[in-house]
Design a protein around this ligand. Structure first.
Ligand code: GSY
Length: 169
């Protein structure tokens, strides 16, 4: 069994509903079981700053899928939920990024794990560390809660989630 962490973000329409639907679709996948869902954070956009605020979460799941198969599953959920991404770094209905897959270092043309920018993004680090304070960068061995970027402004608790059932509709 493989263990993975995903980052999910939405900044178009009913942002919470998009995140809930994405987590439900993950959980309905026959080869995926969602184990933990972080609280929901409202976050200032990073990259293209002239766009609406995001809601972000991180989920922890177990899966029998290979990393590339998990990527395909994430992309098909994005497509199903009508992801619009006309502009690079721009607004999106829902975005699913694989952050970590076991303790593997994967470098493919279309998939880099650990996610290449995760240690620079408070909107990833804050919810990640909430669900696992001991999680480490598998390459450097550094704890993600020690990354300086975790202290950056622009990440605010929006909805506290304690149990996964509270999140699923
Ligand atoms: O990389 C995911 C999409 N994204 C986000 C996001 O999810 N949250 C915030 N706050 N900024 C972002 N910029 C991009 S691109």
């Amino acid at each position: 069994m493989n263990n993975a962490y995903l980052s999910l973000g939405s900044n178009i329409g009913n942002r919470l509903e998009h995140l809930q639907q994405a987590v439900e679709l993950l959980n309905e996948h026959p080869s995926i079981k969602v184990l933990k869902v972080s609280s929901v954070y409202e976050t200032e956009p990073v990259g293209l700053t002239e766009q609406a605020k995001f809601l972000n979460i991180v989920v922890n799941l177990e899966t029998t899928l290979e990393a590339t198969e998990l990527l395909s599953a994430c992309q098909s959920i994005e497509n199903k939920l009508g992801r619009m991404r006309k502009i690079r770094w721009g607004p999106r209905t829902v975005d699913l990024d694989i952050l970590l897959y076991n303790e593997e270092h994967i470098q493919l043309e279309h998939l880099i794990i650990p996610h290449i920018r995760m240690q620079e993004r408070a909107f990833v680090l804050v919810p990640l560390v909430e669900i696992n304070s001991e999680v480490k960068n598998p390459i450097t061995g550094r704890l993600y809660h020690e990354e300086p970027a975790i202290k950056e402004d622009g990440v605010n608790l929006w909805k506290k989630i304690v149990r996964i059932e509270e999140f699923l509709q």
